[in-house]
Design a protein around this ligand. Structure first.
Ligand code: UDP
Ligand code: MG
Length: 320
């Protein structure tokens, strides 16, 4: 028996409004996967699409037994879709790929080769350029990676997306991280394991439009920082400490000045500035704490990450 016979690959595809892209995607992924020795399954996760994505998925599943679909009761977000796929994947190798063909399926071959050497637990793709992205978006992205790598306990690689293939061990490690606030870039790096990097050039979407707005990305960046670092909390304490020290020194200065020169009434401007500055800083610190409390609140509620309303899988992992 050949070494890899009997092994299986699971490919997870989060889909939100991808009716136009899906047929192209199906052709491409099938071409690649059917050329491999291993058995495979493609798990299409319909993340509450508003178009005909679900019908498209059902049609594909009808004609091809390798295809599995899970359909959410509403839009839960890409992170939840990825998690749902992961919980339902049966493969010895488990991968994520976008439905819009921005992740070239042919690279899966190279990823699989890397994993089969046994040297790596993960093979991931890294964009070497940001062609197609605006200059300002690129600039912010670069700054984000600088900041997060400075303050977080998980190192994140610039340009690394979710396109990757993992060993069963790594997939299980990620499943065990059942946090509600999911930030995959951080999770991938937090679980560790040896990663084989493949560089590729950015490709434009085959059809449809991206679901990311600029503010959506900013929120995503803040999430990443709050989820993987306590540095903002340290910053709040540190700023408080410095301000207190400064106020103390200033107090001594005022007392000495009063003792030496008496008290001519003045300093209204100083007072207003100090009050405003203090008020501002306090609100800012409260906001930072609020971010963490909000996240903690969502975690302790322990809600399911997703709700599957329809699927063709027998006894699916419906909740977490
Ligand atoms: N996606 C999803 N749920 C969402 C938004 C996006 O499952 O709420 C999927 C989408 O269908 C695609 C992948 O996530 O397969 C990446 O999304 P998109 O192409 O919009 O992001 P970009 O490539 O621009 O980062
Ligand atoms: Mg895309």
């Amino acid at each position: 028996m050949k070494e890899n016979e009997g092994k299986m690959i699971s490919i997870i595809v989060p889909c939100y409004n991808e009716e136009e892209a899906l047929p192209y995607f199906y052709d491409e992924i099938t071409k690649v996967l059917s050329s491999l020795k291993e058995d495979y399954e493609v798990i299409l996760v319909n993340d509450g699409s508003k178009d005909k994505t679900l019908q498209e998925m059902k049609a594909l599943c009808e004609k091809d037994k390798h295809m599995i679909y899970l359909s959410f009761s509403r839009n839960f977000g890409k992170e939840s879709a990825m998690y749902a796929g992961l919980c339902n994947a049966r493969g010895d190798y488990v991968g994520f790929i976008d439905a819009d063909l921005q992740h070239p399926p042919v690279l899966l071959k190279e990823m699989l080769e890397a994993l089969k050497t046994g040297e790596y637990d993960c093979a991931a793709c890294r964009r070497v350029d940001r062609k197609g992205d605006s200059k300002i978006r690129t600039w912010f992205a670069r700054k984000f990676y600088k900041v997060i790598n400075l303050i977080s306990d998980a190192q994140m690689v610039d340009g690394a997306g979710d396109y990757r293939l993992m060993s069963r061990d790594m997939a299980d490690a990620i499943i065990s991280m059942s946090e509600y606030n999911r930030f995959s870039k951080g999770i991938f790096s937090w679980v560790g394991f040896k990663t084989y990097w493949i560089d590729y050039e950015n490709v434009e979407r085959v059809a449809g439009t991206t679901s990311w707005s600029f503010w959506g990305l900013v929120k995503y960046a803040v999430d990443g920082i709050v989820n993987f670092s306590n540095a903002p909390l340290d910053l709040a304490s540190f700023t408080g400490l410095v301000t207190t020290a400064f106020a103390f020194i200033y107090l001594i200065f005022i007392i000495i000045k009063y003792a030496l020169f008496g008290d001519p009434v003045q300093g209204w401007a100083t007072l207003i500035c100090v009050i405003l500055l203090m008020g501002g800083m306090q609100l800012f610190a409260l906001g930072i704490i609020g971010q963490y409390i909000g996240k903690t609140y969502m975690e302790v509620k322990n809600r399911p990450h997703f709700i599957v309303s329809e699927t063709n899988k027998k006894d699916p992992e419906k909740i977490r």
